[in-house]
Design a binder for this molecule. Structure first.
Ligand code: B12
Ligand code: SF4
Ligand code: SF4
Length: 442
């Protein structure tokens, strides 16, 4: 790596420091690294309207620190003023889920971001290392702010501002050559460094925040940017980054979660319900979940920018797919030797370091019951009976729904008494209603 010219002329210092940071980021395993000055988040108004509309639901943390989300420099309240943001991205694509696994209803689909270890745990220590590297060059004694989905920063907004990719109608940051399978992270530092050129606006998006809140029309063209060449000299085949008139993601979403381009309603999103929510999944949405038990990739899988990506191994070892976390057989976690859906300790061991931990065991068992209901095979009855007797009401309510689905499809007389027996013991009002509904399905 080139020597850093501390003590040289200011221009020389800043640009060589930026180059050194980029080199270190690459060495640590980041795929993209771009720097920009701290300012105001471009879509802070929309974010605040999104919050005011109640979109955050149970994600109450999103409602806090709105001022910091708008002006991330405010995150530096305890130290020297923060001046620069380094936006980093890690490409986690490692090939599509083979169709025979994805279409097998006896298996649960886990979103590809969760096939390896938890990205927060893998990436955050690397951000600390990058900050330490910078401190060693500049003599700074305070820490920078290292965030990977761990603070009030609108990461997608900044990724586009930094020129890592453009925001697609599916809300995701899409790199024109490497698609949207990216984790984003930011490091906020007090140093002023040389910045990367921002994306050039070729065609200004023509709509207001009101239009965006109310729902833009799907097929509209919403601006065009030229993303400057990426760091590290990688080829950047498609410079003119835009969705154009495409609406594939909006059309493909099974739960109709998009209010319009760039505006997602989590209250209808499989990802929200299977990862973030600790509550009952609305009955009307359940049939649309199919066998998705943790997260959802549909609006990215259909995206043309994600076509023909070469399967690769992520640079960061911790993110590499672990076979048993890709699409586990739904009934596996009910077996006596692997009771990870039923037993908290077994769950903790099985999903150690996995993002799946976030949904917690009762939440995952809830998701699995929905998938078993959608499968509708009587072979799942013993497992559903176990879930119906779970200590936590969340799986009990969804197991009742799933048993109702099996009964509806196969007219199995035995299911009625199982549900009646549970109803006799059940004290939780909403679970009683679920059982009642399941007893009355035709
Ligand atoms: C809350 C959250 C969710 C929620 C809500 C998502 C949403 N679309 O709002 C739920 C649980 C549904 C979710 C799902 C997923 N998430 Co999430 N999530 C977040 C989190 C914590 C906050 C996002 C947020 O503030 N949402 C509110 C909306 C209003 O903001 P936004 O999505 O950032 O959208 C911005 C742009 O759309 C922009 N914008 C608005 N209008 C316009 C118009 C134009 C023309 C342009 C250019 C931009 C633009 O402004 C918005 C505000 O800045 C971020 C981490 C972070 N701190 O940013 C991760 C994050 C967005 N999630 C991530 C991932 C990987 C996912 C999933 C793919 C996981 C999965 N497989 O299930 C899905 C994808 C669903 C989707 N299509 O968005 C990554 C996304 C990486 C990427 N390439 O974009 C992030 C950045 C985490 C990370 N550090 O890597 N997520
Ligand atoms: S993640 Fe799935 S449910 Fe959520 S918006 Fe995308 S396609 Fe729809
Ligand atoms: S599927 Fe089409 S509309 Fe959706 S993000 Fe990709 S290019 Fe944009």
């Amino acid at each position: 790596m080139a020597e850093i010219e501390i003590g040289g002329d200011v221009g020389g210092v800043v640009s060589s420091l930026t180059a050194a940071i980029r080199g270190e980021a690459r060495r640590l395993g980041f795929d993209f690294c771009r720097a920009l000055p701290l300012g105001q988040a471009v879509h802070a108004d929309f974010f605040e309207r999104w919050i005011a509309a109640g979109r955050a639901g149970e994600m109450r943390y999103l409602e806090r620190h709105l001022d910091k989300r708008r002006f991330p420099a405010l995150l530096g309240e305890d130290g020297p003023p923060l001046k620069s943001m380094i936006v980093l991205a890690v490409d986690y694509f490692q090939g599509a889920l083979p169709a025979e696994l994805a279409n097998d209803p006896s298996r649960g689909i886990i979103a590809s971001y969760a096939w390896g270890d938890d990205y927060h745990e893998v990436i955050r220590p690397l951000l600390f290392q990058l900050d330490e590297f910078i401190r060693a060059q500049t003599g700074r004694t305070t820490r920078g702010k290292a965030l990977v989905d761990t603070g009030p920063v609108l990461e997608r907004d900044w990724a586009q501002q930094a020129g890592i990719g453009f925001t697609g109608k599916n809300c995701c940051t899409i790199h024109p050559g490497r698609g949207s399978w990216l984790f984003l992270a930011t490091l906020l530092i007090p140093e002023v460094i040389a910045y990367d050129p921002p994306p050039t606006v070729i065609e200004q998006p023509l709509f207001s925040t009101d239009d965006l809140v109310n729902g833009l029309s799907g097929a509209g063209h919403y601006g065009q940017w030229s993303i400057p060449p990426v760091a590290h000299g990688e080829s950047n085949a498609a410079r003119l980054a835009t969705c154009g008139g495409c609406t594939r993601c909006l059309d493909a979403c099974p739960t109709d979660a998009f209010v319009g381009p760039f505006h997602l309603d989590p209250q209808r999103c499989i990802s929200y319900w299977t990862i973030e929510s600790q509550g009952p999944i609305p009955c009307a949405l359940r049939p649309h979940f199919g066998n998705r038990i943790f997260g959802c990739d549909i609006c990215q899988e259909v995206c043309p920018w994600n076509r023909h990506l070469p399967a690769r191994t992520p640079l960061l070892e911790g993110l590499r797919a672990q076979q048993d976390r890709v699409s586990p057989p739904l009934l596996e976690g009910f077996r006596a030797e692997t009771p990870y859906w039923l037993d908290g300790d077994a769950f903790a061991v099985h999903f150690r370091r996995s993002p799946v931990k976030r949904a917690r065991r009762p939440g995952m068992l809830r998701n699995v019951c929905v998938a078993l209901g959608n499968w509708g095979d009587p072979v799942a009855m013993p497992a559903l009976r176990q879930a119906l007797a779970d200590a936590d009401p969340l799986p009990r309510g969804h197991a009742a729904w799933a048993l109702g689905e099996v009964r509806r499809r196969h007219q199995i007389a035995e299911i009625g008494p199982i549900l009646f027996e549970r109803l006799r013991l059940e004290t939780e009002e909403w679970v009683r209603e679920e059982i009642d509904t399941a007893l009355n399905v035709e």
